[in-house]
Design a binder for this molecule. Structure first.
Ligand code: ADP
Ligand code: MG
Length: 231
């Protein structure tokens, strides 16, 4: 099956300022991937390339079987949904209702369906809790949507996502399962990242498997403690 997203040797500059250099990776449908790296590493630019708001200078960005250079952002919007970190960058209409209905209306969805989607999406936006975001992401992933999440919250990444891509000054410095990456403070530090507290605890206690998720760490900790208490 072709990947949901594939970057092939992608380089990009703003004018003469190089921002991404020879970045390659692919993400399968249903994969949950964290895009990490310090400020200025090129994360937002990478997302702009995937959304078709910029085109690579070299290399190819494939969204499924579409080369973004053959697409306008409106077309890519059928396959790429972008959610911004700050609600005020995302919202631009004068009411939440207008804002939420803009997307499906721009895609040419029928008015009755626009109303239906708007009603179901507006419900509960005042309770924008992290747990809801997590659940929404997991639901999309279970429905075979590929997730690429830019975050500085490595605890959230450890709990919700599986694989980590780290950008370092425009190059892809890591692409591996999150547990091995987040448990390795010596590699994280030069990339501008700090291990999440659970990973640091696992390492400090030398817990078997070095779990980075709370539930797994708690299980291991209980197992080790029981072993020590046993006669
Ligand atoms: N529109 C722009 N024009 C020129 N340089 C930019 C522009 N946007 C971002 N940059 C530069 O590109 C680099 C990467 O920025 P960005 O992709 O926003 O990184 P990140 O999202 O990881 O913080 C930074 O050095 C930033 O200053
Ligand atoms: Mg950014």
């Amino acid at each position: 099956m072709i990947p949901a997203l594939r970057l092939e040797g992608v380089s990009f500059s703003y004018g003469t300022v190089p921002v991404l250099a020879n970045v390659s990776f692919s993400i399968a449908s249903g994969e949950r991937v964290a895009l990490l790296g310090r400020n200025g590493a090129g994360k937002s630019t990478l997302v702009r390339l995937i959304a078709g708001l910029q085109w690579p200078d070299q290399g190819i960005v494939w969204v499924g079987d579409w080369d973004t250079r053959d697409c306008v952002p409106e077309q890519l919007a059928w396959r790429v949904a972008t959610v911004f970190q700050h609600a005020d960058q995302q919202l631009f209409a004068t009411s939440v209702r207008d804002d939420v209905s803009f997307g499906p209306r721009a895609l040419g969805v029928g008015e009755r369906e626009v109303q239906r989607r708007t009603e179901s999406a507006t419900i509960g936006v005042d309770r924008a809790l992290r747990a809801r975001v997590t659940r929404a992401l997991l639901e999309r992933s279970a429905a075979s949507v590929a997730l690429l999440v830019i975050t500085h919250d490595l605890t959230f990444a450890a709990e919700t996502l599986d694989r980590g891509l780290v950008l370092d000054r425009g190059t892809l410095a890591c692409d591996e399962p999150l547990p091995s990456l987040l448990g390795d403070a010596t590699r994280l530090e030069p990339l501008g990242l700090a291990p999440p507290p659970v990973a640091a605890l696992s390492t400090a206690l030398d817990l078997p498997g070095r779990p980075v998720r709370e539930a797994e760490a708690a299980r291991e900790l209980a197992r080790v403690a029981r072993g020590r208490l046993a006669p």
